[in-house]
Design a protein around this ligand. Sequence first.
Ligand code: URA
Length: 191
Amino acid sequence: MPATNEQKLKYIAKLVAECKNCNLYKNALNHVPGFGNPNAEIVFIGEAPGATEDKLGLPFVGNSGKLLDKLLNSINVPRSDVFICNILKHRPPENRDPLPAEIIYCTPFLKAQLLVIKPKIIITLGRFAMNYFFPDDRISSVHGQIKKIIWKEIPLTIIPVYHPSAGLRNGAMLKSLQQDFLNIGKFLGKI
Ligand code: URA
């Protein structure tokens, strides 16, 4: 019997748990490979685990996660329908930005996850996830755009939005994020 997506994602998570390619595992309490529906049509990609995610081993469970939950509620998309993960799978110290080498070492796990799930739609949260697909774009110019690409032979719709943590810091960015989510909800036919 061929392995299920759930089994394949578990195997990737085990490789993440064992990964020592960069130094981040040394200070991390947990690895945070990602969580959600193994057969999701929609995948959300953030930047890296924060303190709460590091403690619990789950993505987007701190303050940014609470905002993400509200945004998902606003467009009638249950969290259990989607898969949520990050560019980095271990927490950077003091939540500093991911380093280029860390991104190079860690994103093969993301790539493997996406090749298993084969989502139709990816919502990138913040500039690091957007830059994974569009290295030359700026989040301030492209947030909210519905971009269609072929990635590793998979047709994907990618919608970059601001990171929820930016929305928590800045009222204008929160408005943008809420508006972009409403447009995503309409695009999905959910609202
Ligand atoms: N910020 C992220 O980018 N990812 C998380 O999982 C939590 C906060």
